[in-house]
Design a protein around this ligand. Sequence first.
Ligand code: RFL
Ligand code: PHB
Length: 390
Amino acid sequence: MKTQVCIIGGGPSGLLLSQLLHLQGIDTIVLEKHSREYVLGRIRAGVLEHGFAALMREAQCGERMDREGQIHHGFHIARNGRLHRMDLHKHSGGNSVIVYGQTEVTRDLYEARERMQGAVLHDIEDVQLHDLASGSPSVTFRRRDEVVRIECRFVIGADGFHGVSRKSIPRTVLREYEKVYPFGWLGVLSRTPPVSEELIYVQHERGFALCSLRSPVLSRYYVQVPLTDSVEDWSDDAFWGELKHRLPAEVAARLVTGPAIEKSIAPLRSFVAEPMRYGNLFLAGDAAHIVPPTGARGLNSAASDIQYLYHAMVAHFKRGDDSGLDGYSAKALARVWKAQRFSWWMTTMLHTFPQQADYDQRLQQTELDYLLSSEAAQRSLAENYVGLPY
Ligand code: RFL
Ligand code: PHB
């Protein structure tokens, strides 16, 4: 098989790039390890930056997002039983975010790829990347009992944190930066009306909590849990009880509970791999960097990588201009590190850290005091939350 761009990973990053390149007449093949149902079964992000939304529209995949997604002009921070509203719209010069689940984003991208007869191969195994430093790299994989080779001009590693692409870069070239947090998020999806029209991020001595949503009838809630907990330790009743404990009383009083349709624990981690290019392999999204979900940056950082790569690839194939490809890693990493900083800051400010020194605890409280009382601090939060410019 032959293609111009071979994309490893059929998550949002890989599918979005494939769709954008297709619309510019550039040929791609997407290789996905799992089935489409499996990919769509993963409940993840919920908040999209306006820049991401614009990219979805450019990919001709924005129609349902614009119809069903909810525009949010602000969110709340709960502390000591009180809600404090962060006005994103006012403090970011008129920007906002869209609440539209990653599952729906991915579904829209799959449907668009199908409509345009894009090649997305599922259930493939043993992906290996070859000759990345040469001008004609290739990718091999196994499907059923057959080994298939794809020859291409570029390989895109969009295969998430556990994928093979990053691992194909020699250890002498790659530098990794990592921070692991001593807790995780237990998330529940329930077919119940959301407790609040806007998200509520909760700082509480028992631990962080988050009230989010997917639609007027679908809620998404999280509570901070120790890494030693497993999903089996948490009955639905135990989850709702703990969430109510952490919410301000007036919010807890109107919380509608119901059976969990999905329940999972995600560990929190910050990670960056540098550089994001090796020869003709380009990393994008979670394959190169991850953040704790507190600042809602993960999927949005993946989208900015894709925006840079998309324009760089178009410049290469249409105009023979390689400046975008040559500058990709540095440009993407500059924005990635800002998302790392923001996610680390939100996470550190809002979570309860085991065995925290008294001094650090007072500083943490002061950081939140400052945010809640300073318009300048709220402007900085808003600028980052709606998405820094590409
Ligand atoms: P993905 O989504 O992990 O997709 C990678 C795909 O590659 C496949 N794959 C392989 N394919 C072929 N061969 C191999 N060897 C392969 N190995 C893996 C995988 O099956 C998969 O389909 O990465 P991508 O596309 O870069 O997308 C990144 C986002 O998924 C991620 O950043 C976000 O979900 C993070 N995130 C959030 N981001 C936001 O912007 N806003 C949010 O509100 C938000 N909330 C969250 C989140 C992540 C969470 N978890 C579970 C970590 C909330 C949570 C709880
Ligand atoms: C979600 O709805 O899943 C969500 C929203 C905001 C975050 C993280 C997750 O910061």
